[in-house]
Design a protein around this ligand. Structure first.
Ligand code: BDR
Ligand code: CA
Length: 324
């Protein structure tokens, strides 16, 4: 069983990453840290607690971190995820209590300063918390055995052939959201001494789409949990309705990418992915947040391909294993 700390900004796809971990016999989710991203950090905190309550796992601590990137303003994505950040979960139980916890950055520093078996990090949001921890205590990077990141877009994404999903110049220059939102933080992570970096970019995650067929398959699992998860995933915001219009089978086909769940799946079973070692650097100027191939960059494991069928099998097994 792998010990994992997840840094996230739920977000339906982050929520699915949490649920995938909780339903998997291969992952021991030790803690969740949240950061402002898809919605404000307070909403992300509540959403993480909501997912843990849903899965009956309020024993897992949640730590609240930064609400804004290191050097720019936060752009939240209510048009993708809904006002709460998790549209479609309105009937999920509201967590009844919040145990006050230390700050996410301090928690990360403490965790990577004095443990014996250091957990692997999974990052599915702007990496502000992680960068702040590395800036405050740079020596912890050597204790981080690895980080699996949903972020970047090393090759053009398959839907529109862009290098990301968010315009970084108000026009035709695109970068992936997690890197575009905090390019300095992504750069700090990449330039750190973290022992191993796995990068799962938009060019891969946009190949793994939720749609009417997947929705039917999940509902057929037949548990109350599976139906509630399908309700969450099929609550598609107006931006995704428009973005995925070219690949819809019917006008109401509930299409969204399952980005962060794909990153978590890499930690469940990396044999269903193909990787290539590629030197990457983060652009901090005109193409802010783009993940560029550059000889002087950090050599990372870039995920180049995924067995989609196997991914959905793993996802459905995990969902079927969830008990409330
Ligand atoms: C990433 O950005 C967020 O909106 C998603 O949760 C995912 O982590 C995709 O670009
Ligand atoms: Ca996310």
């Amino acid at each position: 069983m792998k010990d994992i700390i997840l840094d996230c900004d739920p977000g339906q796809d982050d929520a699915l990453a949490i649920l995938l971990a909780l339903g998997s016999a291969d992952i021991n989710l030790k803690a969740i840290t949240v950061v402002g991203g898809n919605v404000s950090v307070d909403k992300c905190y509540l959403n993480a607690m909501k997912v843990l309550t849903f899965a009956g796992r309020t024993d897992i601590p949640v730590y609240r971190g930064a609400n804004r990137p290191l050097k720019q303003n936060l752009t939240t994505l209510e048009n993708v995820f809904g006002e709460s950040g998790m549209a479609g979960t309105e009937n999920w139980k509201i967590p009844k209590f919040f145990v006050p916890q230390e700050n996410a950055v301090d928690f990360l520093i403490k965790t990577y300063s004095n443990a014996n078996n250091y957990p692997h990090l999974c990052a599915t949001a702007p990496q502000t918390n992680i960068a702040q921890a590395l800036l405050k205590q740079p020596q912890i990077s050597e204790n981080i055995p690895g980080i699996t990141i949903m972020g970047g877009c090393v090759f053009p994404e398959p839907l529109r052939g862009r290098m990301g999903n968010i315009s970084v110049n108000g026009d035709d220059v695109y970068a992936e959201y997690n890197f575009a939102m905090d390019p300095e933080a992504a750069d700090i992570t990449l330039c750190s001494s973290i022992q191993k970096i796995n990068l799962i970019g938009l060019d891969i995650t946009r190949r793994v789409l939720y749609n009417g067929e997947v929705d039917t398959r999940i509902r057929k699992i037949g548990t109350k949990e599976a139906i509630m998860i399908a309700d969450m995933l099929s609550a598609i915001g107006p931006d995704d309705m428009e973005d995925y219009a070219p690949v819809k089978k019917t006008p109401t086909d509930p299409i969204r990418a399952l980005h962060d769940a794909v990153a978590m799946c890499y930690l469940v079973d990396d044999s269903i992915f193909k990787i290539e070692q590629i030197p990457i650097k983060i652009d901090l100027k005109n193409f802010r947040g783009q993940s560029l191939i550059a000889p002087e960059g950090r050599v990372v494991n870039v995920i180049r391909d995924i067995n989609k069928q196997a991914f959905f099998d793993i996802l459905c097994d995990s969902i079927a294993n969830l008990k409330r």
